[in-house]
Design a protein around this ligand. Structure first.
Ligand code: E4P
Length: 220
């Protein structure tokens, strides 16, 4: 399984890259808006930092505009993945872009049948939003599992990204159903790292060692 970082924040990306655990980055217009920076130069900077796919989303809903926006984004760097919303125009755009060799990530997927359509249209990635489904009392993980099985059953090359991840259990459950990738906010990555018994264990080791060190130094 791979982890992507779901952020447009340079400091978070720098930090997570240092841990050696992330293979890509996903952004969306809301995440980019928080950074209050020029969109293209921000995407360019992220693409140079990350040795893996970086998703950047189109804003147009019109088919032709979507295609030209996608082509522009794809010129920013070779690792740009163009994020396309799960609409009829989005599918048509994915169909064209995949034939041009432009990688796409179909976003805002909320059902397995939507994901199947996106995969058949030629999406490189599909992003089912599990947290937003859980928020409305639907089991988000069911969609992830269905999509992973569909890709496997029919040998489809599209990779499933568990998106809208809210906590470490979403990552664990994604791994349990063999999801290819989970894209996680930085705070979830930190939550995955922490365990109170690790902190207690470190303190105990340090205290025990300090006690012996003091005794040895005082000639005991
Ligand atoms: C995924 O690609 C999206 O950027 C993201 O996971 C959306 O998450 P949210 O539902 O927390 O906004």
């Amino acid at each position: 399984m791979q982890l992507f970082l779901d952020t447009a924040n340079i400091e978070e990306i720098k930090e997570a890259l240092g841990w050696g655990v992330i293979s890509g980055v996903t952004t969306n217009p809301s995440l980019v808006a928080r950074e209050k920076r020029d969109f293209k130069s921000l995407v360019k900077e992220i693409c140079h930092m990350v040795p893996g796919p970086v998703s950047a989303e189109v804003l147009s809903m019109d088919f032709r505009e979507m295609i030209s926006e996608a082509r522009e984004l794809s010129k920013i760097a070779p690792n740009v993945v163009v994020k396309i919303p799960m609409t009829k125009n989005g599918l048509k755009a994915v169909n064209v872009l995949s034939q041009e060799g432009i990688n796409t990530n179909v976003t805002l997927v909320f059902s397995a049948t939507q994901g199947l359509l996106a995969a058949l249209a030629g999406a490189t990635y599909i992003s089912p939003f599990i947290g937003r489904l859980d928020d409305i009392s639907n089991e988000g993980m069911d969609i992830v599992q269905d999509l992973v099985i569909m890709m496997e059953n029919y040998n489809l090359p599209t990779r499933v990204i568990a998106a809208s991840v809210r906590h470490p259990m979403h990552v664990l459950e994604s791994a349990r159903v063999s999801c290819h990738i989970a894209t996680v906010p930085y705070k979830v990555l930190e939550a995955m790292l922490r365990h109170p018994l690790t902190d207690i264990g470190i303190q105990r080791f340090l205290d025990d060692w300090a006690k012996v060190k003091n005794e040895l130094e005082s000639g005991m």
